[in-house]
Design a binder for this molecule. Structure first.
Ligand SMILES: Cc1cc2nc3c(=O)[nH]c(=O)nc-3n(C[C@H](O)[C@H](O)[C@H](O)COP(=O)(O)OP(=O)(O)OC[C@H]3O[C@@H](n4cnc5c(N)ncnc54)[C@H](O)[C@@H]3O)c2cc1C
Length: 386
């Protein structure tokens, strides 16, 4: 049996981000790597949006970017300039093609289409069992979530959505403003809002999004989209160019980061922010950390830092407030944006603010709701530990 240096299980956002960064590191680019995925990455199965204040590894495939975002509540509509950040969009298919094409010049990378059944440790290596064979490596970087049921906690929610890319004959969209959240829709199925991401003045991705315990039917997503486009965007004639649907877990479950030589990455490592569902930026940050550790000949295990625990706690409090309907998502997010500079909020949502800045953000939301919830969580934590 070949002993690979690394096996990457799952060639989605985290698997391919890690692979790309490994290949761009002069100490690691010759490592023997096997990448296993059950599906070929040939579809535009998702669109990633994220914000950053500099160009990253994937700048050349950024499909659209915006300097301004809009937050619409039922009573207010506010535009925010987010410089030094830009809100960016990368299409799944462009990302997959970009990384997979880049790999073609490397003889040391193999791809395998197979269903991974289990991953275990054996002595000093990790073993991957697929439906057809067994493979081994010094480290397995795993992005497959094997047991989704274990992530359900009393506060967990699903962020579920359907988006359609529409095209109109006339210029109908302001191409430099992305609607980050528009809560101006019926809150029938849970905390509901719409993103509008203009690709140009005639085309936009309109995404109907809900935070709730369970998903809704396709008809319900469709009627949410149709109503929004007609009533809020005031458009009667448009062509649908592309559709995407998705479910992102919003959970305060503590994901295992590793098991000896098996290192979890992506959703499987809890890199999705529990209170927002954003993960793409965090995936870039964490895979960069792993590559630095590997290049320095160190263990690639990233330990949970004080900062990680701090933001996990905040996310857990916010999830409880949302899941128990103590406040609406509209109230929380529109208030935070109104009362804080957008640069501070975007850093907070990226887990990058100091405790002092966190306090400024927290004092802008109704503390009579958040403080008792936080206090209850601290007490629960103390009692479950003792
Ligand atoms: C539709 C959608 C839109 C999203 N939009 C955003 C966004 O705008 N911004 C943002 O920050 N985050 C977004 N997210 C959240 C997050 O960024 C993505 O889910 C991201 O793809 C997570 O990366 P990952 O590597 O953990 O998982 P994935 O990208 O899902 O990769 C996992 C891979 O594992 C493979 N796999 C699964 N099971 C097996 C098995 N048993 N054997 C072999 N292979 C297997 C899958 O085929 C897949 O290729 C979105 C998520 C979805 C679902």
């Amino acid at each position: 049996m070949i002993l690979y240096d690394y096996i990457i299980t799952g060639s989605g956002a985290s698997g391919l981000s890690l692979l790309y960064k490994i290949l761009n590191n002069k100490h690691l680019s010759k490592k023997n790597i096997l990448v296993i995925d059950s599906s070929e990455k040939i579809n535009n199965d998702r669109t990633w949006c994220f914000w950053e204040n500099q160009a990253s590894d994937f700048e050349s495939i950024v499909f659209c970017k915006w300097n301004n975002i809009k937050m619409n509540g039922t009573l207010s509509e506010n535009n925010y300039n987010i410089l030094p950040y830009q809100y960016k969009m990368i299409r799944g298919i462009d990302f997959y093609e970009f990384v997979l094409n880049y790999c073609k010049s490397f003889q040391n990378i193999s791809f395998l289409k197979a269903n991974v059944l289990k991953i275990e440790n054996l002595e000093n290596k990790a073993i991957v069992t697929t439906s057809d064979a067994v493979y081994s490596a010094t480290y397995v970087f795993n992005s497959i979530v094997f047991n989704t049921a274990s992530h359900i906690t009393s506060n967990s929610l699903l962020q579920h959505f359907k988006g359609i890319e529409i095209e109109t004959e006339e210029n109908n969209f302001e191409s430099d403003i992305a609607t980050f959240m528009d809560f101006n829709i019926p809150q029938t199925h849970g905390h509901s809002f719409v993103y509008v991401l203009p690709i140009n003045e005639k085309r936009a991705l309109v995404e109907y999004t809900v935070f709730s315990k369970s998903t809704i039917t396709d008809d319900e997503y469709n009627s949410g989209l149709v109503d929004y486009i007609k009533n809020n965007l005031q458009l009667n004639h448009y062509k649908i160019i592309h559709e995407e649907k998705g479910v992102i877990p919003m959970t305060d479950y503590v994901f295992p980061l590793h098991n000896k030589n098996i290192i979890n990455i992506g959703t499987a490592a809890g890199w999705v922010k529990a209170s927002s569902g954003f993960a793409f930026s965090n995936i870039q940050k964490r895979t960069k950390q792993i590559v630095s550790l590997l290049a320095a000949n160190k263990s690639p295990i990233i330990k949970r830092s004080f900062n990680d625990k701090k933001f996990h706690f905040y996310d857990s409090v916010l999830l409880e407030v949302l899941s128990k309907n103590k406040l609406t998502a509209e109230k929380i997010f529109t208030t935070i944006f109104k009362k804080n500079p957008s640069e501070r909020i975007l850093r907070f949502l990226n887990n990058e603010t100091s405790v002092w800045e966190d306090l400024k953000i927290m004092s802008s939301v109704p503390t009579s709701v958040f403080l008792p919830t936080a206090f209850k969580k601290i007490i629960q934590h103390i009692f479950t530990k003792s």
